[in-house]
Design a protein around this ligand. Structure first.
Ligand code: PLP
Length: 312
């Protein structure tokens, strides 16, 4: 099989790290963390693995400009802006916001500093975005059949050790699609559990299946990859107040993990996924003899614009 062209951007392999103080505190299985927030500094988190393939394809097509989109605090848009600066590509990010002229902070600030052209769009305008003649288009979250290869390949790292479950956040489905495909291709024994940070499991099963379907169309070797409903378990009920909104009990968990392990989760994605893992442990899903792994997908910069909430 000929994977899409790849450009090296991420520091790989990322470390696998035991959270023994947290495991003892919670009294459940031994919790490990696959630290994909350490794929880099400005260029950090799960998006970097995906961008290696999207931008690899952009370069192979001789694109001069890359366009993408996300929320105002999109980790994906920040990572794309930084990666484009590293590769000498022009970058346009469409950021969805209800504000007229938001002051740059967090991810938005970094995208501006990296020289990306920021175009603010309303929710309605956002829905109309898509490929154009202006440059190479990367969809929201780099969650398509190309970006998916980042986590398809990550399964080579993940298969070195088996766990009772791999928990991760699901925001636009590309990470999960890659894990599902990689799991089938590399014979991963660890069951994959995705925690939806917005929408419903039904919505994401369909979205992931659409990504897998396009991937099967382009790489017939992926024909045997089963539908998402057969290969991953998606958990609903952890979106809380909704996308990018947080409740006091979530902030308490963010602090607990930070104080216990010195690892800071992001409020939008990994915190809600950790709520899912903690609930599974509370529900007695795992014994003390079992081991689980949590995929830290980054997102730290999104914490800063929420500083007053975090301290309340
Ligand atoms: C920090 C972080 N974690 C997890 C996710 C979810 O990954 P995906 O969009 O591939 O579902 C995202 C992006 O949406 C993210 O920025």
């Amino acid at each position: 099989m000929k994977p899409p062209p790849r450009v090296e951007l991420a520091r790989l392999p990322t470390p696998l790290y035991p959270l023994d103080r947290l495991s003892n505190r919670w009294g459940g299985p031994r919790i490990w963390m696959k630290r994909d927030e350490l794929t880099g500094v400005e260029l950090s988190g799960n998006k970097v693995r995906k961008l290696e393939f999207c931008l690899g394809e952009a370069l192979a097509q001789n694109a001069q400009k890359v366009l993408t989109c996300g929320g105002l605090q999109s980790n994906h848009c920040r990572a794309t802006a930084i990666a484009c600066a590293r590769l000498g590509l022009k970058c346009v990010v469409y950021l969805r916001t209800d504000e007229d002229d938001p002051a740059p902070d967090g991810n938005h600030l970094l995208a501006v500093l990296a020289g990306a052209e920021v175009r603010f769009v309303t929710r309605d305008e956002y829905r109309e975005l898509g490929p154009s003649d202006e440059g190479y288009w990367i969809p929201e979250g780099a969650s398509n059949e190309v970006g998916m290869w980042g986590y398809l390949n990550a399964c080579e790292e993940l298969k070195e050790r088996s766990f009772s479950a791999l928990f991760h956040a699901v925001g636009s489905g590309g990470t999960t699609a890659g894990l599902a495909a990689g799991s089938a291709l590399h014979g991963l024994e660890t069951p994959i559990v995705g925690v939806c940070v917005c929408d419903t499991p039904q919505f994401f099963y369909d979205k992931i299946d659409a990504i897998l379907e396009r991937a099967r169309g382009r790489w017939p070797e992926l024909e045997g990859v089963p539908p998402a409903r057969e290969s991953v378990e998606l958990l609903g009920g952890f979106e809380g107040l909704g996308y990018a909104l947080n409740r006091p009990e979530e902030w308490a968990l963010l602090r607990e993990v930070a104080e216990t392990e010195g690892i800071v989760l992001d409020p939008v994605y990994t915190l809600k996924a950790m709520m899912g893992l903690r609930q599974a442990i509370r529900d007695g899903r795992f014994t003390e003899d079992e081991e689980v792994v949590f995929l830290h997908t980054g997102g730290l910069f999104g914490l800063f614009p929420k500083r007053s909430e975090a301290l309340a």
